[in-house]
Design a protein around this ligand. Structure first.
Ligand SMILES: C[S@@+](CC[C@H](N)C(=O)[O-])C[C@H]1O[C@@H](n2cnc3c(N)ncnc32)[C@H](O)[C@@H]1O
Length: 202
């Protein structure tokens, strides 16, 4: 199944803030930070670590810039572009110790499944970018998406679930604080599904 028109995507400009670095080195990755609530809190908690956030929506990417500046955070690199393109283009395999995908767009209709972010291909890409022993964290309020991710991760033998048997609790989500969407869904009383996977030797 095709996932995204990547050839077209690869021609689009990629934005950087504060600027495009000479070397792409970092510790923590977030894909699709949206407003950046989790990102900012994780950066504040980890002043000695470098964080990278890749946001597809350029408007959201731009809106995060003053939020980062206002907090005086100098350990965040914001990338405006498609993670499917930016991740393999700029980051070497084994770069990150932690990667987060929080509340990706659910695309509930079956015909839209190819637009869902956490495909087997993308999970493989994220796994490549993790160090051995590194963690991939995932959260959603949408059960069918959680179930789909469980199936997709099963096709990536380099990832081992640290949940019981698949899902974990919020306490197991390192450096965690609820994102904008998590706060919104919690207010509505929705259940949240958390997953934590570790990259093991293949
Ligand atoms: C539902 S929002 C969740 C935002 C945030 N994580 C939260 O929980 O509040 C999903 C975000 O993922 C971004 N996104 C979707 N596909 C992406 C991709 N291929 N690369 C980077 N970001 C992506 C969207 O633009 C959007 O900001």
């Amino acid at each position: 199944m095709k996932t995204f028109p990547l050839e077209y995507e690869s021609k689009k400009e990629i934005l950087f803030s504060p600027e495009k670095p000479e070397k792409f080195e970092a510790d923590i990755l977030e894909i699709g930070p949206g407003r950046g609530d989790f990102l900012l809190s994780a950066a504040e908690q980890n002043p000695d670590k470098k964080l990278v956030a890749i946001e597809l929506d350029k408007r959201r990417h731009r809106k995060m810039i003053p939020r980062v500046e206002k907090k005086g955070l100098t350990n965040i690199l914001l990338i405006g572009g498609n993670a499917r393109i930016a991740l393999p283009r700029y980051f070497k395999p084994g770069t990150f110790e932690k990667a987060y995908v929080l509340f990706p767009d659910p695309w509930p209709k079956k015909r839209h499944y190819p637009l869902r972010l956490m495909s087997v291909d993308f999970i493989n890409l994220l796994t490549d970018c993790l160090k051995e022993g590194g963690d991939l964290f995932f959260a959603t309020d949408f059960w069918p998406y959680a179930d789909w991710v469980v199936d997709n991760v099963a096709e990536v033998p380099r990832l081992k679930s640290l949940g019981k048997p698949y899902f974990t609790t919020i306490d197991d989500m390192a450096y965690y604080s609820p994102s904008y969407f998590e706060q919104k869904w919690r207010k509505e009383g929705r259940a949240i599904y958390y997953m934590r996977y570790q990259k093991v030797k293949s």
